[in-house]
Design a protein around this ligand. Sequence first.
Ligand code: 5GP
Ligand code: ZN
Length: 113
Amino acid sequence: MSDCLFCKIIAGEIPSAKVYEDENVYAFRDIQPQAPTHILVVPREHIESVAALDESNSAAAARCLEAVARIARQEGLSGGFRVVSNAGDDAGQTVKHLHFHILGGCRLVDKMA
Ligand code: 5GP
Ligand code: ZN
């Protein structure tokens, strides 16, 4: 997707603070962190959101969640962390490329909404 911000970040056209990458996944620090550790994990494949997942592309999401676990260990989030994926306007999704937020490094608020 030529006009997708995260596709441009994955392609290196927009700089990012990379924390992890492999053949399927790219992960980088959120530009406006909402916790001491705030990382975005995205599939290299352009998928709009969790709402667009089906049997044809769900392996990309699985690879992202495997990366989440690896990154949480790498970042020392042994006390726990939260994974969030906003899908659609009601959830406040601002970038329409599937991504998983990793939030941690502090005691997170109890409520999720
Ligand atoms: P969403 O609101 O779609 O769930 O999350 C999008 C996230 O992308 C936001 O937390 C926002 O701070 C982050 N973001 C937006 N633009 C950029 C950027 O250019 N670089 C980085 N690293 N993060 C960005
Ligand atoms: Zn994209």
